[in-house]
Design a protein around this ligand. Sequence first.
Ligand SMILES: Nc1ncnc2c1ncn2[C@@H]1O[C@H](COP(=O)(O)OP(=O)(O)O)[C@@H](O)[C@H]1O
Ligand SMILES: [Mg+2]
Length: 228
Amino acid sequence: MIIVVANSKGGVGKSTLAVHLAAWLHKQGHRVTLADCDTQQSSSEWIREAVPEVRAVRLDNPDMILNDLPQLCQETDFVVADGPGSQTETSRALLLRADLAIVPCKASMLEVRALAKATDVLRQAQDIRAGKPEAVIVLSMIGKNYRLTKDMMDAAAALDLPLATRALVLRQVYADAPGQGSVVWNLGSRAQEAAEEADLLFREILPGAVKIRGRKPSSVKSKKAAVA
Ligand SMILES: Nc1ncnc2c1ncn2[C@@H]1O[C@H](COP(=O)(O)OP(=O)(O)O)[C@@H](O)[C@H]1O
Ligand SMILES: [Mg+2]
């Protein structure tokens, strides 16, 4: 399964989400590749330090993405692609290959309104591919006492994209994790709340990937496919 973390805006939490998702899938017993498709290449360095068992590759041009992703997907159970901030052609290539797109978005009306523009390329891919990739919006960097407003739910509904009920709170520990070469599950008690919320978020998005009694499940389906 190829999962892309995509939003053409920078600084919305893509790399943080991609590295944590790759680490979480590894923790569930899957073989995982993290495809770093951003020219900054920070997530491949981060995952190499944090979870060396996850294979890290750099795919920073559209041809490499279109040509190499299917093979990578055969070699591991999951490919998690960390998308670029701005290179439209790189995003397009990823969305033409992905099974699932996770769209992180900061929790403000301005950011949610900007999502229409930031998901243009996603809609093109879904149009060309008869609805694929499935997509889900994940709110990132929300305040601790944040409540989803009706405005925001309406804005997400207008885009015809589901919104995950779990979200990632704005916490210093996420910002510290790359500098420590680690992920929240390995940062001890100060990261406990973050570790729990990230676990709940990924369980919600990928229920079929959750480890069952020490063994990984034989087939993995994303949220929508699992309930279909
Ligand atoms: N939930 C969070 N809480 C606090 N800081 C965060 C959180 N998610 C991301 N950050 C920080 O915000 C900045 C942008 O996040 P990043 O994952 O690099 O976004 P992107 O890849 O979309 O540019 C980074 O400094 C990162 O450490
Ligand atoms: Mg990034």
